[in-house]
Design a protein around this ligand. Structure first.
Ligand code: C2O
Ligand code: CU
Ligand code: CU
Length: 492
């Protein structure tokens, strides 16, 4: 991992707003200008074609200049947009010092060849052209491209690589949704102050600067009476976001790139790494400023691991707390909510209504096969802490799970360890059937599902269209690197 430096010279920054942002961690300051829209590449005549280059760069984040890894020099990477049936052709140039590749998280495309192949390695200095098409039957929604070469994934994602991939589809045509202000919020934290200690990998490394589209507390606005459509991606290595917008409920309309059948009202929304969600927000309050907050959330009791877990946030007093022995390790800035972005109102429109209906979510037939997966960790002499699925650490040569195409399976995924794990399956989305035996309150498709410590989640997966080998893993990418990944072979 290259060294990241904190280059901003706080003392010489002009202006009190700048000064107040200096110092440790996040401070809550006046919002930055309007949330930026990541640079767009859209398809023409059925083809989305572009050059994409990965390299190390100095990037400005908030008021700081940080050595990062970027696609086309941008944080986040360019926003790619395709329609159903489009061909996608990406001429990818790796100018990183290490090998890498591209994964299209959330796309139902072949896991083989020059498509969504996580076993493909693009060496430093090499070029590969990725090519695939978006099937007509694909769901329209929000996907997330990022590197996926085992051994390099966590560092490259923590270093900054990642971007939004939008598939336009029927959800976009619903009049109320078309009328809403579309706002992309790519949530990502960065290490700006120091290298993380080795131990931080076991907890999953979090950065000390939290950004939205590479900005610190950007603002976004809707007219009074209007609707915002927030399209959220958790692109962080390990950080969870427990989201709430002051005085505004969320109306959830899509999860992991798949529309719900009706909007579901919620006061807060937890997004673990790799998850996406879309919510509508109504401009129904008094004009003013309302903070989009990241509320405290504890994703495990790392202290129970014998005090050997390093604290992964650098905060005064934390070292002391850590040596007090077993205890909770909190992320998300411990006890205080943090501001991610700020909503304000500008102008006024006739009150817009929420859509009554979205799109039908298919009922799935009963499974033909049931499997069990246990997520845990253990100590291996000479290797230290490893993260395991069914007692095994990742081996790319081994096939862990063989499934037949055109069948439906139920998987019971249990977390018997002390940390939460977001479980992600490539290629085929699934529905969550039950948590700890209780049915889910609403039906939706997912590709990443949080398995909190001590819980069992049952998912139902139809395996469709594409034979080949791919993976499932914990999307805390340090855990994936430390072994919490398995292979799956889909057979025609
Ligand atoms: Cu978002 Cu296997 O990854
Ligand atoms: Cu994925
Ligand atoms: Cu994990």
């Amino acid at each position: 991992m290259q060294r990241r430096q904190f280059l901003a010279l706080c003392a010489s920054s002009a202006g009190s707003v700048l000064l107040s942002r200096c110092g440790r961690g996040q401070t809550q300051t006046a919002p930055e200008p309007q949330v930026k829209r990541p640079k767009l590449h859209t398809s023409r005549n059925g083809v989305l074609e572009l050059d994409l280059e990965a390299s190390a760069r100095e990037i400005n984040l908030g008021d700081e200049t940080v050595d990062l890894l970027a696609y086309n020099g941008q944080i986040p990477g360019p926003r790619l947009e395709a329609k159903l049936g489009d061909t996608v052709r990406i001429r990818f140039q790796n100018n990183l010092p290490d090998p890498t590749n591209l994964h299209y998280h959330g796309l139902h495309i072949p896991p083989t060849g020059n498509a969504d192949n996580v076993f493909l390695s693009v060496g430093s200095g090499e070029q590969v052209t990725y090519e695939f098409s978006i099937p007509q039957t694909h769901s329209g929604g929000l996907a997330y491209y990022h590197p996926h070469l085992h051994g390099y994934v966590a560092d490259q994602i923590l270093g900054g690589l990642g971007g939004i991939f939008v598939v336009r589809g029927p959800l976009d045509e619903i009049p109320e949704i078309q009328a809403a202000e579309e706002i992309f919020l790519f949530l990502k934290d960065f290490v700006v102050e120091q290298d993380r200690p080795m131990m931080g990998r076991m907890a999953g490394r979090e950065g000390d600067l939290v950004t939205v589209n590479g900005q610190v507390n950007p603002s976004f606005s809707i007219p009074a009476g209007g609707l915002a459509r927030l399209r959220l991606v958790n692109a962080s290595n390990a950080r969870f976001y427990r989201l709430a917008l002051e005085k505004h409920p969320f109306y959830l309309i899509a999860t992991d790139g798949h529309p719900l059948s009706v909007p579901v009202e919620m006061s807060e929304l937890l997004l673990s790494p790799g998850e996406r969600a879309e919510v509508l927000v109504r401009g129904e309050q008094e004009p003013g400023e309302y903070r989009l907050l990241d509320l405290p959330y504890s994703r495990g009791q790392m202290g129970m691991m014998g005090g050997m877990m390093g604290q992964n946030r650098r905060r005064p007093g934390m070292m002391g707390r850590e040596h007090m022995g077993p205890g909770m390790m909190h992320q998300n800035d411990q006890d205080s909510p943090q501001t991610l972005a700020t909503l304000s109102y500008s102008g006024q429109v006739e009150p817009q209504s929420l859509p009554q209906k979205l799109l039908p979510v298919d009922d799935l037939a009963s499974p033909t096969t049931e499997r069990k997966f246990a997520l845990n960790h253990g100590m291996v002499p000479g290797q230290g802490m490893v993260f395991l699925i069914n007692g095994k650490s990742f081996d790319p040569q081994r096939i862990d799970t063989e499934v037949a195409l055109d069948t439906i399976e139920d998987w019971d995924i249990s977390n018997t360890g002390v940390m939460d794990h977001p479980f992600h399956l490539h290629t085929n989305p699934f529905q969550v059937i039950a948590r700890n035996g209780k049915p889910e309150p609403y039906q939706t498709w997912k590709d990443t599902v949080l398995i909190p410590t001590g819980e069992t989640v049952r998912i139902r997966i139809p395996f469709k269209d594409y034979p080949g080998k791919t993976v499932y893993h914990c999307h805390i990418l340090d855990h994936e690197e430390l072994g919490m990944m398995g292979t799956i072979e889909m057979q025609a």
